[in-house]
Write a protein that binds this ligand. Structure first.
Ligand code: ADP
Length: 627
């Protein structure tokens, strides 16, 4: 036999936990409802609407009252709603069938409370309460105090009335638009609306002198729209009530007001909050919440057992004025014209409020960008200074390098100077001898003097070249002809080459090579390269010591080539020869090629070292042709 052992405790504990968990998870509203179901029985509320459930302004009052009631009621509610359609008709038909319908509906189960919204519903409830629900408490909500049938009020009734102040509503129009000369009043033709028409007329008597009133009560709504589109200047529209127009057409909801707003060429005013927010300018008006909160607290009080007769309220007047910012702008109404304490709603955020973050981001980006730009400008200035500085240093270094190069040439230069000086001395002595003769040969003397002048020129030319190459001058760029510059440099080293028995040849291109540059510095580069070439061939056998210089025009570039028949540059050194202090010579400083490279690059050119296949080094300088 199989026995199943039941262990009740764990199962019960699990259920309990689940219950606690569910209770914790339930939203507060649900928890309230549970509480209410436990605490009290269902309350039945009958709501009577005046023209229909979607008729403004009452629909808005009813909606708020229902919402608040459901929220605040400690009991579960059964709210049943009925609309009194008979109020729509200009000549109301018999109400008896509707009364009978309600009677049969509530015969067995009377509501706990009856709530009428608006004047027609209040009148109906008062008139038929004896037949329909004689002992049920009645709350007459959102009804103008003039429309309450006080004679029929009983101790079982609460009145939540409002007070319309048309004079205040029209004075508001004149306050915000002082130039207003006429006001067209939109009001329907139902009995209720006719009543109000007369009331408005009566209340506005004090303004007879100031404004002309135009009444649209006999017009169809189509005609009203046509007129509203062509109103003369300084006219305003006053939206009274439009339930049933002059042609008997019913206008439910706020569609009518919206269509009027769409065509009207004048601002629309009203005294009801339910019409505010889409179409009307604003001003003092009835606030929905004031009526609904009183109605709801009265209803809850009565449902809880309070005596209706003990709840007394004064009629509610207009609340503080409110204005629609969009309408104020549309009609050019200055905010300074609004009465003190006014509230302005629907203000559109300005561009700063709407795109605050985006604009902050853009401003930040601008700031960062401005910072970067100023930083870069600062850097650029610093770089310029550094460039000028480095050029000065380069000029100084180059100058020092020239001294050392020329130092190497001193012997041959002295030799070159000695030659013309010696000739001059010999020629002078010869001339003296000729002149000391009895009949000196003047022609001979003239020739000797010509020789002396030629030798003097030679000597002074050597000195001029020397001075020009040793000149200490800042880096200056001018138009130069490169063939001349090369020739000038060769002039300086020619004597050295002769002294060392080196064949120094020069093959210039048959074209002008105009470049922009500093002639002294370019001469120095050429001089350096030729001296290096001459050094490299010094150990070669006599007859094999050759240095050849040539110039070329290659496209938009001028080329100077300096080739020699020396041993060339070791393959491993080719990449280093332009490095500062690189030298393979025992007495060398290793600065000549480094300075040459810097000078050529400052001229936007390039210098390349290579070896000839047949032996010997080849240095090529390329400089851009001046445009
Ligand atoms: P320095 O002449 O004081 O050594 P340079 O900068 O003028 O300094 O030259 C650097 C080195 O480049 C030289 O020591 C040499 O090794 C090499 N060099 C330059 N020109 C030639 C050349 N025509 N043939 C062979 N080697 C060369």
């Amino acid at each position: 036999m199989c026995r199943v052992s039941v262990r009740p405790w764990p199962a019960a504990a699990a259920l309990l936990c689940l219950g606690v968990f569910l209770a914790a998870c339930l939203p507060p509203k649900r928890a309230d409802a549970v509480e209410r179901n436990r605490g009290g029985e269902l309350k039945r509320v009958l709501v009577l609407h005046s023209f229909g459930r979607e008729f403004r302004p009452w629909s808005e009052y009813a909606r708020d009252i229902k919402t608040q009631l459901e929220r605040q009621s400690p009991w579960p509610l059964d709210i049943q709603e009925h609309a009194l359609l008979t109020a729509r008709f200009n000549s109301p038909g018999p109400e008896a069938p509707f009364v009978e319908y309600l009677h049969s509906l509530y015969q067995g189960a009377l509501p706990d409370i009856v709530l009428s919204i608006g004047a027609p519903a209040a009148r109906f409830a008062q008139k038929y309460r004896a037949r329909l629900f004689p002992d049920t408490p009645l709350i007459l909500a959102a009804v103008e105090h003039r429309l309450i049938n006080r004679a029929d009020l009983s101790g079982n009734d609460v009145v939540v009335a409002v007070r319309n102040d048309f004079l205040a509503a029209f004075e508001n129009i004149l306050q915000v638009l002082p130039d207003t000369r006429s006001v067209a009043v939109v009001v329907g033709a139902s009995p209720l609306e006719k009543f109000w028409l007369e009331e408005v007329k009566r209340e506005l008597k004090p303004l007879d002198e100031r404004i002309e009133l135009v009444w649209y009560s006999d017009l169809s709504f189509d005609d009203i729209l046509k007129r509203a589109a062509k109103l003369p200047p300084h006219t305003a529209l006053f939206w009274g009530l439009m339930s049933v127009d002059g042609a008997g057409v019913v206008h439910e909801s706020d569609v009518a007001l919206r269509s009027l707003h769409a065509v009207a060429n004048a601002p629309i005013f009203s005294y009801q909050e339910p019409f505010f927010g889409d179409s009307t300018v604003g001003g003092p008006m009835h606030r929905i919440t004031e009526t609904s909160s009183r109605t709801v607290s009265a209803a809850i009080g009565v449902l809880g057992g309070a005596k209706p007769g003990s709840i007394n309220y004064e009629p509610i007047g207009f609340a503080a004025p409110r204005y629609d910012w969009r309408e104020l702008r549309r009609w050019g109404i200055s905010e300074t014209r609004l009465p003190p304490g006014s509230e302005i709603l629907f203000r559109e955020p300005n561009i700063w409020q709407r795109y605050r973050w985006q604009m902050l981001m853009i401003a930040a980006v601008f700031l960062v960008q401005a910072g970067l730009i100023s930083g870069l400008l600062h850097e650029r200035r610093r770089r310029r200074f550094a460039e000028v500085e480095s050029r000065q240093r380069l000029a100084e270094l180059a100058h020092a390098n020239r001294y050392s190069a020329v130092g190497e040439l001193t012997t041959s230069i002295a030799h070159e100077l000695n030659q013309p000086l010696g000739s001059i001395l010999t020629n002078a002595e010869t001339a003296e001898l000729i002149l000391s003769a009895n009949s000196p040969d003047i022609n001979e003397v003239r020739q000797i003097l010509a020789d002396i002048r030629r030798d003097d020129h030679r000597a002074s030319e050597v000195i001029r070249r020397l001075r020009s190459v040793l000149k200490k001058s800042p880096f200056e760029v001018k138009d130069i002809e490169l063939n001349d510059t090369v020739r000038e440099a060769l002039g300086l080293v020619k004597a050295v080459a002769d002294g060392r028995r080196i064949a120094l040849t020069y093959v210039p291109v048959l074209a002008d090579l105009h470049v922009r540059g500093d002639p002294v510095q370019l001469q120095q580069v050429i001089l350096n390269l030729i001296i290096n070439a001459m050094d490299s061939v010094s150990d070669a056998d006599a007859g094999k010591r050759e240095v050849s210089v040539s110039t070329l025009l290659a496209g938009h570039q001028a080329e100077i080539r300096i080739a020699d028949t020396g041993p060339g540059i070791a393959a491993t050194d080719l990449a280093n020869v332009f490095d500062p202090f690189f030298t393979t010579k025992p007495q060398g400083m290793g600065m000549g090629l480094a300075i040459a490279k810097t000078i050529i690059e400052a001229h936007h050119g390039e210098i390349v070292a290579a070896n000839h296949a047949a032996g010997g080094a080849l240095f090529t300088i390329r400089l851009p042709i001046a445009s």
